[in-house]
Design a protein around this ligand. Structure first.
Ligand code: DP6
Length: 330
């Protein structure tokens, strides 16, 4: 279905925009990954996914109407060229809200996490932008429709509308109105995430083109929906029973299975650097010594460690620059 038809179903007509609004949305790390689309225009996924939101780490996005007839996009204090990839994505996203109205905006996003380093800053950016547009245009959308809108900006953004554990239900409808984030009610005090930064530079192939290449060229991808479905139910069980070993094993295997499909693409997609592999080996070594620590990785060289509060101090001795987050406190 065309995006314009979906928007007709979702949004009321807008006429005016209010002065200036700012919203925050957290970044999120998928424990069961979204990799592959069944509809590229609407960002409808091949599989359901499950993530954890990163509490205070994310994006602050301010929108403000401008009179000069073009959108202005700022990222971390710098104005971007209208031709840049991010500006074009943001402007195309605002098109969904303004439709045929002559409304333009300055969009100013500040991330407190490294941008485009596989730390999902586009997820928090589009989620915060969705919240800001909803307010600026007084749309008053319910949470699931905000999540549907954010998904059309960037798939993983539909999970960043919520805190804690979030499932992105894949949905079955052609218009995608049932494909959005749903916050799980369970919490997990003492659950920690650690960010191991290997390289904060911009990556050569973004998730969007990476997943498309995988779908189109990797035969191995055929096994991915089965892997993801099995992992999703194991994660739901692990969260319900607070079974950390089951959660960690499932998340790590899920990430490595996704990377296996990327490596099996052509041209091959290998996001790892030698330091990424060294960090994985360190995690495996710590596990062999009895510590419950696991990793997950997205479309980038950085690792995200999963561990519990009581191991934090010891883990920091092995990863001294680790930035840690406890989404549910301890
Ligand atoms: C590996 O949400 O960035 O981080 O929908 O094309 O914008 P688009 O892709 P994006 O992909 C994220 C992929 C991932 C896994 C995940 O977050 O689930």
């Amino acid at each position: 279905m065309k995006k314009t038809e979906v928007i007709e179903r979702l949004l009321p007509k807008v006429t005016a925009a209010s002065a200036s609004v700012e919203h925050f949305a957290p970044s999120n790390i998928a424990l069961c990954k979204y990799w592959g689309k069944r509809d590229q225009a609407l960002n409808l996924p091949v599989n359901a996914s499950l993530s954890i939101s990163l509490d205070y780490l994310g994006s602050f996005t301010r929108v403000e109407p401008v009179e000069n007839g073009v959108d202005e996009v700022w990222l971390n204090g710098h104005q971007l060229l209208p031709s840049s990839r991010f500006s074009q994505k943001v402007s195309a996203f605002i098109d969904l809200f303004r439709r045929d109205q002559d409304l333009h905006f300055k969009v100013d996003t500040r991330n407190n996490i490294p941008t485009a380093a596989g730390l999902a800053s586009s997820a928090s950016g589009f989620a915060a932008l969705t919240l800001a547009m909803n307010d600026a245009l007084a749309l008053d959308l319910p949470p699931e429709h905000l999540s549907v809108m954010a998904r059309m900006g960037s798939g993983s953004a539909c999970r960043s509308l919520f805190t804690g554990f979030v499932e992105w239900e894949m949905g079955v409808r052609e218009d995608g109105l049932d494909s959005h984030g749903v916050q799980l009610e369970q919490t997990w005090p003492g659950f920690c995430i650690g960010l191991v930064e290997i390289d904060a530079g911009e990556k050569a192939t973004d998730s969007r083109s990476g997943m498309q290449r995988t779908v189109e060229t990797a035969h191995l991808y055929q096994s991915w929906p089965l892997q993801a479905a099995a992992d999703l139910s194991k994660l739901q069980q692990a969260i319900a029973e607070r079974d950390f070993e089951l959660l960690g094993q499932t998340a790590e295997q899920n990430a490595l299975s996704m990377h296996a499909t990327m490596i099996a693409s052509w041209p091959p997609l290998l996001y790892w650097q030698p330091e990424s592999v060294a960090a994985m080996q360190k995690v495996w070594q710590l596990r062999a010594q009895g510590m419950q620590v696991y990793f997950t990785m997205d479309a980038g060289p950085n690792l995200k460690l999963l561990f519990q509060q009581h191991d934090r101090a010891e883990l920091l001795q092995h990863f001294p620059t680790l930035e840690t987050v406890e989404p549910f406190g301890n």
